[in-house]
Design a protein around this ligand. Structure first.
Ligand code: SF4
Length: 804
């Protein structure tokens, strides 16, 4: 059996069950691991795979195990060092990886070392700490932390001391890595020290987030250093990949907040004029905000806003044309201030360029509104990012909600095509939803009147009453998903006194870091947690701590969202619904519901508090119901039925089990059905049109490992595959090939100088031959599989014809 396949099967059939002391083996988990092993095999022509792995598949182990096998195999060859980059969209998933899968793989001896590389804002900045005024005791604790921290990360502080609220943290975290360049605390800074390790190749797995990975690609495309060096990876896993295009947006978009325009206006001597133009923008956003039913959103620039921006642009141009720039530059204490004014000017200029850019006002729930500008070629930019990532890596996109209605077309629509050499896989769920879950769609819930309506409080109280009744049925154990911070606050204030009378702990997003809040929720079985965005994904709570998920409103994308217009790219209404709006809504809905059932023993109720789901005139309502039915959820409109279901399941002694695992039910990819190349190089000597075969008895190849590594590295850097060409006959042929490629592609490294020669004599000899354009040698090399070598050995003495 193929060694890679055998190793993966052994892990899932023996190692993992014995670690958990269980006989449970999940078909879909093993199938996913096998599919990934197939892609990573050197026999495979695929470079990327998209896998829809429903909740319960156990996708993290399924993706990590074959990937780590690959890295170890590569490292053992000592030809070139590889690692796995695992990018997630949520902090919760990063925490889960650290505390569960990666730790277990370490304990089992499958993994030597891994590193969590969070986004910069999760790390403390001792410099900023010096500058803020907070209570002396808190400051002392934070300073102690800076002196002793391992990573300088927020959760590390909270574990050691106490929770910090979001507001305090935002004053002391690392705002921009560029500030570290000239920092006098650089050498005593735990954050800097930890972030410097992001590219330490000793870590076989690096866990990061989408944003940091995408920013690294953009840096490379712009000839700057990446934060995470993905070009030395080998395997890049993009988990929660349904969020990939949103993450691309946050990195590609140019953004400037109204407050920062005012801040920099002070430096231009035109403060008054700019402030009055910004006031027009702010008045305008206040008007928009009053109409929105969520606390944040994107709003197309209207005539009034465009006029205000033109006014600011005119002032900034005047500022430059009077040649004050140079003088102003001298006045600034920090050159970065001047650069920032220039950046503001570019963003405003682009916002007014409607031919090349799409722009909007970003309405922020904390009132830090901004102008956002994105190139109209946004989808091509996503395509470029994916191509760059796959140039030197095998790419794995996965998520529990990647496919919609059995198709990935909505992704290809946004990514402007399929990833290079890609294949797909949709796994079946391991759960029995009809037995394990009930969906409750009450009919008596009022319509949401909009966030700024005076009726909003009344509406929140009404849904608060329904939530309270449900919490009494489940005795806590509930996750409430609000659609805005305002709704979350109102529900929290309404329910908090009632729940404290029931002796139920009520947790709210923002009280402490997401990671610690999730831990508290898991540990206190009857607690209730209310949150928004980040709790739709990533939160994984098995068992009776979470038996009720309540979604306060259907998660429709906002109407007239300019970003979705950009993704739609001029589609007609039906196509836009098909490829953009409906997939987004269904994905979010399934994600919310997906928090409920995390194992075969789990059960619970998924409630949607939105009367629109019953409106049959609305096409989307039918789609929602159909989608829930497709998942085999049982649906009710009666609370009493929920009560009966929960009571029955709470008292149930016997749990259902996963479908029985059978190895012969697996579908084995073609690439794993035969042996792989082992990297053994044999010499084939040629004489005219006949070839005789010589397998080196001492096991040496005609190339040194360093030469092979150099060859691979240069070919990959030039955007080519790294296979050894059959026409390359010996080290000289290798050098000649690389030299010609480098000249053709204007590669900046001098390969003649950097090629790993075996001796000084060889260096001089090869360089002279290259210069004389003298070709040569009658030895050819070919990488053979063990089976092929045996075949050749059998016919050892016989001359062979035509082996190439
Ligand atoms: S090195 Fe960076 S993170 Fe550390 S104190 Fe300086 S600016 Fe802050």
């Amino acid at each position: 059996m193929n060694e890679r396949l055998e190793s993966v099967l052994t892990f899932f059939e023996k190692t993992l069950p014995s670690y958990y002391n269980s006989k449970e083996i999940r078909n879909s988990q093993v199938q996913m691991a096998v599919n990934i092993a197939g892609i990573l095999s050197s026999n495979s022509d695929y470079r990327s795979i998209l896998i829809d792995a429903p909740v319960g598949t156990g996708k993290t182990f399924a993706v990590l195990v074959p990937s780590i096998y690959n890295v170890k195999k590569e490292q053992s060859k000592k030809i070139i060092s590889e690692r796995v980059i695992y990018a997630t969209a949520s902090l919760n998933l990063q925490a889960q990886l650290r505390n569960e899968e990666l730790s277990i793989l370490q304990k089992l001896g499958c993994l030597n070392s891994f590193l969590i590389a969070k986004g910069q804002t999760h790390y403390i900045c001792p410099k900023r700490l010096q500058q803020i005024s907070i209570s002396p005791m808190k400051k002392r604790h934070l300073e102690d932390f800076c002196n002793n921290a391992l990573e300088g990360e927020r959760t590390e502080f909270e574990r050691k001391y106490y929770p910090l609220d979001d507001k305090t943290w935002s004053k002391i975290n690392l705002e921009s890595q560029s500030k570290c360049k000239h920092c006098d605390l650089e050498w005593a800074c735990p954050t800097r020290e930890h972030r410097n390790k992001f590219n330490d190749m000793r870590h076989q797995v690096v866990v990061t987030n989408h944003n940091q990975l995408i920013q690294s690609v953009l840096n490379v495309l712009d000839y700057r250093a990446p934060i995470i060096d993905f070009n030395r990876a080998g395997i890049v896993i993009i988990d929660e990949a349904h969020e990939f295009e949103d993450a691309c947006l946050s990195q590609i978009a140019q953004q400037v907040t109204f407050n920062s325009i005012i801040k920099w206006a002070k430096e231009t001597m035109y403060e008054y004029k700019i402030k009055s133009a910004v006031r027009v923008l702010k008045n305008s956003t206040d008007r928009i905000r009053r109409k929105l039913d969520t606390s944040s959103g994107r709003h197309k620039l209207g005539l009034t806003e465009k006029e205000a921006l033109k006014e600011i642009q005119k002032i900034l141009e005047e500022y430059q044309s009077r040649q004050l720039a140079y003088q102003a530059k001298k006045l600034f204490k920090n050159i970065e201030d001047y650069d920032e004014i220039e950046r503001v000017q570019v963003v405003i200029k682009n916002a007014l360029n409607e031919v090349e850019y799409t722009s909007w006002i970003n309405i922020d729930e904390n009132k830090n509104d901004s102008i956002v500008v994105v190139t109209k070629k946004f989808k091509s930019e996503i395509n470029k990012i994916i191509n760059e990532l796959s140039r030197k890596n095998k790419l794995i996109f996965t998520s529990g909600t990647l496919a919609v209605k059995g198709s990935f077309d909505h992704l290809y629509h946004s990514w402007k095509g399929k990833p290079p050499s890609s294949t797909t896989s949709i796994l079946t769920t391991v759960f029995n939803y009809s037995e394990q879950a009930i969906v409750y769609l009450p009919k008596h819930i009022p319509d949401s009147p909009g966030l700024t309506s005076p009726m909003f409080k009344q509406y929140c109280d009404a849904i608060g009453d329904e939530i309270y009744e449900l919490i009494k049925i489940t005795n806590g154990r509930t996750l409430i998903l609000a659609t805005s911070h305002k709704q979350m606050e109102m529900l929290y204030n309404y329910l908090q006194p009632k729940l404290s009378l029931l002796n139920i702990k009520f947790l709210k997003q923002g009280q402490k870091s997401v990671e610690l809040l999730s831990e508290d929720f898991k540990q206190d079985e009857t607690s209730v947690l209310i949150g928004t965005g980040s709790f739709f994904t990533g939160l994984s709570v098995k068992g009776k701590s979470l038996i009720s998920v309540i979604l306060c409103k259907l998660p429709f994308p906002p109407k007239d969202d300019p970003f979705l217009d950009l993704l739609a790219g001029g589609d007609d209404y039906n196509d836009r619904m098909e490829y953009v709006d409906i997939p987004r809504m269904l994905i979010k809905l399934l994600q919310a519901g997906g928090r409920l059932i995390r194992s075969i023993k789990d059960f619970g109720c998924f409630t949607i508090l939105d009367p629109r789901v019953h409106d049959k005139k609305k096409g989307y309502a039918t789609q929602v119901i159909e989608n829930l039915k497709q998942q085999k959820y049982r649906i009710t409109t009666e609370r009493d039925e929920v009560k009966k279901f929960i009571e029955l399941r709470m008292n149930m002694k016997k749990y259902p089990s996963y479908p029985k695992y059978k190895r012969d039910k697996l579908s084995i990819p073609e690439s794993l059905q035969r042996d792989e190349y082992q990297g053994i190089v044999v010499n084939l000597s040629s004489s005219q049109d006949k070839f005789s075969v010589q397998v080196p008895s001492n096991g040496n190849s005609v190339f040194t490992p360093k030469q092979l590594a150099f060859y691979r590295e240069i070919r990959l850097k030039l955007g080519m595959n790294d296979k050894l060409l059959k026409t390359i006959k010996d080290p000289f042929g290798m050098l000649k090939h690389l030299y010609q490629l480098a000249i053709k592609k204007e590669f900046p490294i001098d390969v003649l100088d950097t090629f790993p020669y075996e001796s000084e004599e060889q260096r001089q000899n090869f360089q002279r031959k290259i210069k004389d354009n003298n070709s040569p040698s009658k030895v050819v090399s070919y990488i053979l599989s063990p089976k092929e070598i045996k075949e050749l050995e059998k016919n050892w003495a016989k001359p062979k014809t035509g082996i190439k």
